[in-house]
Design a protein around this ligand. Structure first.
Ligand SMILES: Cc1cc2nc3c(=O)[nH]c(=O)nc-3n(C[C@H](O)[C@H](O)[C@H](O)COP(=O)(O)OP(=O)(O)OC[C@H]3O[C@@H](n4cnc5c(N)ncnc54)[C@H](O)[C@@H]3O)c2cc1C
Length: 477
């Protein structure tokens, strides 16, 4: 039941469930409602990337998700005739998860729900939010149950995790601006006979259109391919032809179990919060499935928002600064992710001479410049999420800045609380001022080289927020 000290999460999709997990582990009471009683069995998202595995590990969920899913080792971009670029996830540094995991979205959600149940939280289905008003020190909401009865309740904070048609966003009158035209995709998950790399996520571009291929286990693949708006169902034959023309793959599809068409819009909320209500996931942003980033960005929203809500609700912090920063950080990051999604589409476009030239230049940069390849791979795995206020200047010595993500391959347990590290420096273990409050010592001998390079040469005290981003970095003499 909702009471005035509860955080009400509207929507039990992946971002709503993740927000509830983050809050609960921070000791903040959360209630999750959903207008529907079931979420359906069709998978939308298929892939969880490295950064999200890091976040899930804080809830003991990385291992079960990895076990239940199919490992993805690389992302490839090709035309039907040749490979344009390969992004090896194994080259990712500073993470314990240098790979992605393909898992059907309903199975992933089942893991989140199970963990929540273990923590004593169940989703109240059949309860829809129909109105919301910010009041002094809280939020008043109007709810409707499946019998049509309506209720008024008060909550300490409301999180709108209610998808692209968000009622929370509408009630707050937040604009959902659209960028670029709609595109329509046909998708299916189907067993394919033929030699298709079982651990590659492939994006293919041709003059006939784009096609994505994601392994979903047991020899089956998600096929997603662009189609004209209002097109007829492709059927088995249509998908087979799309594979041949767009990806240059001649293969037989073993029984088409289902086919679904959906329209994609790039849309972005102008702000992610107002008063004591905030948006996460598709309620705040929607994007093309190119790159498989949509759900993943929602999970990062949840981690970034939840600790702020705890500060506001449990420690009486002033909401405006914390929530303005939430919008600023997440909106900026989502914008970058959207740009990558667009770049992936542009990367393969072949229609005009300038597109072809741009593609050849990009392809050469990816093949011959490891730094460019690494940058894009980190971006696709969402490991480059960085909330630093300004860019590093050229040649600046590497050391952490506020907002940077702390390397995840440090010899410490996964955390979801504020914490302080004492870094002994890359060379020695000097004497450090005993007055420095610290909870964990990071000794160079136990820190992998790639992480040590990020931590910097000098000894330092590093404070870190619950979502794993640096709050302060103080180099010590
Ligand atoms: C075909 C397809 C393929 C995709 N592939 C990928 C991919 O490969 N990788 C990726 O990262 N992302 C992918 N996405 C995007 C991903 O599925 C979404 O980003 C993700 O589902 C968003 O989760 P969410 O929790 O924010 O919202 P949703 O999953 O939309 O959940 C919102 C919930 O809110 C409930 N709700 C709505 N209104 C109310 C209300 N007024 N009151 C109470 N409850 C309400 C709804 O019933 C629903 O259960 C894909 C999407 C589609 C459509």
């Amino acid at each position: 039941m909702i009471d005035e000290s509860t955080v009400l999460i509207v929507g039990a999709g992946p971002t709503g469930l993740m927000t509830a997990l983050e809050l609960t582990l921070n000791g903040t009471a959360a209630t999750v409602i959903d207008g529907r009683n079931d979420r359906g069995v069709r998978s939308k998202a298929t892939t969880i990337w490295s950064r999200q595995l890091e976040l899930l590990d804080r809830h003991g969920l990385a291992e079960p998700v990895i076990e239940a899913g199919t490992r993805v080792d690389r992302i490839t971009v090709s035309t039907p005739y040749r490979r344009l670029g390969t992004f090896e996830l194994g080259e990712l540094t500073t993470t314990r998860f240098p790979f992605g995991i393909s898992i059907p979205q309903p199975d992933f959600e089942a893991h989140l729900r199970l963990r929540l149940r273990e923590l004593g939280i169940t989703v109240e289905g059949g309860l829809e939010l129909i109105g919301l008003e910010n009041t002094a020190g809280g939020v008043c909401v109007a709810l409707r149950d499946v019998h049509g009865s309506t209720y008024e309740r008060h909550a300490a904070f409301v999180v709108g995790a209610d998808g692209p048609e968000s009622s929370v966003r509408a009630a707050l009158n937040i604009k959902f601006s659209q960028y670029g035209p709609d595109t329509t995709f046909a998708i299916t998950d189907v067993a394919i006979s033929g030699t298709i790399p079982p651990r590659d996520v492939g994006y293919y571009y041709s003059t006939h259109g784009a096609l994505g291929l994601v392994p979903v286990g047991a020899g089956a693949f998600r096929i997603a391919t662009g189609i004209p708006h209002g097109a007829d169902y492709l059927g088995q034959q249509g998908f087979r032809e799309a594979l041949a023309l767009r990806a240059g793959i001649t293969a037989d599809l073993v029984d088409l179990p289902w086919e679904s068409h959906f329209q994609v819009k790039f849309r972005h909320a102008d702000t992610y919060s107002m008063g004591r209500a905030a948006l996460v996931g598709d309620a705040a942003h929607t994007m093309s499935p190119a790159g498989g980033q949509g759900m993943n960005t929602g999970l990062q929203d949840a981690a970034n928002l939840a600790w702020r809500i705890t500060e506001i609700v449990s420690h009486s912090a002033e909401p405006s600064t914390l929530l303005d920063e939430y919008t600023q950080e997440r909106r900026g990051d989502v914008k970058r992710v959207m740009q990558t999604s667009r770049l992936l589409t542009r990367f393969g476009a072949t229609s005009t001479l300038s597109n072809r030239i741009e593609r050849e230049l990009l392809s050469a940069a990816v093949r011959f410049t490891p730094a460019v390849r690494r940058k894009i791979t980190h971006r696709l795995a969402q490991l480059d999420t960085r909330y630093a206020p300004s860019r590093r200047s050229f040649g600046e010595k590497s050391s952490l800045r506020p907002g940077d993500r702390l390397p995840d391959n440090l010899p410490t347990a996964p955390h979801h609380a504020h914490r302080t590290y004492r870094w002994t420096g890359s060379r020695s273990t000097p004497h450090l001022d005993a007055s420095v409050a610290h909870t964990h010592t990071l000794n160079a001998t136990a820190v992998p080289d790639d992480a040590a390079a990020v931590l910097g040469k000098k000894p330092a005290v590093i404070t870190v927020r619950p979502d794993g981003h640096v709050t302060s970095y103080t180099a010590l003499r």
